[in-house]
Design a protein around this ligand. Sequence first.
Ligand code: C2O
Length: 587
Amino acid sequence: MASLLPCTTTPRPSSRPLFPKPSHFITNAKCTPRLRVSCQSQNQNNASNSQNVEGKVDRRNVLFGLGAGLSAANLVSTQAPASANPIQPPVLDKCGVATNLNTGEQLDINCCPPVTERIIDYRLPPVFQMKIRPSAHRVSPEYIFKYNMAIDRMRRLPKDDPRSFMQQANIHCAYCNGAYDQAGQGTLDLQVHNSWLFFPFHRWYLYFYERILGKLIGDPTFALPFWNWDNPKGMTIPPMFVDPKAAIYDSKRNQANLPPAVIDLGMTGNTDPLQVVSNNLTIMYSEMIRSNADVFDFMGQPYREGTAVNPGPGSSERGSHTAVHVWVGDPREKSGENLGNFYSAGRDPLFYCHHGNVDRMWTLWQYYLPSNKVPEKRITDPDFLNAAFVFYDENAQLVRVTVKDCLDNLRMGYDYERIDLPWLDYRPPPQTAKARIIRTASTAPLASTLFPLKLEGVVRFQVPKTKKGKADELLVLENITVDATKFLKFDVFVNDEDDNASELDKAAYAGTYAQVPHKAEKKTGTSTIRLKLTDLYDDMDIADDDTIVVTLVPRHQGPGVTIGGIKIIEAPPKADAAAAAAAAPSS
Ligand code: C2O
């Protein structure tokens, strides 16, 4: 609907703009504050309902040529069908001890929810009034009051009420710290990160959290705020969270990163706030648009029952999402609590606000980004659509939900306040001269002589292209294994100099791998990520070369990352890409 459109509704030029340095930004404030959007119930969907109150055609239908009620499961699949083994909800009475992901120690808290025999298959209720989630930097005093009242009431619920503050926080602990096994799969852990389950799981989590808060204050229209960290106006911790008297306050945060500190999504350590803002916008552009060749590059890799955890995080999960967790987490705490560790993240109300924006990125990516920038937006694999979780709803009933029911936020009854997207055209300026010098002067060793590579410092090497003149290629980093007890991150540059790696707003920046620490698994898979090079070649005028020079720059101290291999492949045609992705990663 219209509320996801940015201020400029005319298509942005796809030609390459020239960007000023960061000091030249001007960002717009919001253009239209809160749109009231009418919405039909799921049973009333039809083409005539796909108009909003202003009589404008729903953009989604224009983009997809679909009726609003067409479920993703009904779409003709261009993706190869896979064996039918979607991830199923955990069995609650088999919930076990969770592990501190940073230290590997067993946690002395019990993350497990109360056990209930009765599980209801959840049906999305009809939507009578759309909830509009507001930007946390723009909320009114009345909103802040109401929000605090709701959290305060949640904190006062009896400990064993599944809707209470700690029980809600523990949902994240249980689903992310190895408390659950995959149903019927012996010792294989259930993990909702580092795969295609990342967006859907957290969407449902926030959905019920929001409904519980609304119920506690008797306001079914209550909507969670989102932390607008992708816009320069939202790149500090939202002020309402740092009032020590507020119910939404949490003392376990990095004190050096309280406002006015500017969030460093690149974790480069650059101390110039304007440069950091520019880095952030570059990262957003990269992870939303530039580095993704297919839907899995954004969403995360397939994860099915019976396969090992962590097949590979999507660009958004491993990028901005991870950075915000680690940036807020408190270095005075043993394991970066609260936000810097999965088991404790849900104890900071800021977590849900952060994930509001993560979820907003999914909606923007699905429904706003033009299809010439984002090739494919839906996963039609039944193992994705039929994956399921359980949550307690606002009435403390245990409900079973599926991924296919959460693909459309409007059907779930909420949308996001409309805010400008300054990263949307933040393509880095061309860098042809520098690229030319690097490629002629490089004496870097061939990648084949270095891999598998233990990444312990900056490393630079040459990687042959698939063929000279072939522009549409992907850089594949295979079998990345990480020490689960550490935060790890590295950035990837192509044909770059290494003396200014804390500036990311340049064509040479190809992408990032990073993750929040997570448990050393009984059986851990390795991750593979892919970075699309098409725009990068273009911006650096190196499509016709036969080799590129890759630099890997770790952002953490010491060892912990091993990369099995690196290679360039031709971007597969769509159907092939889907078939490759449909094959389950081996366990
Ligand atoms: Cu489940 Cu941001 O983590």
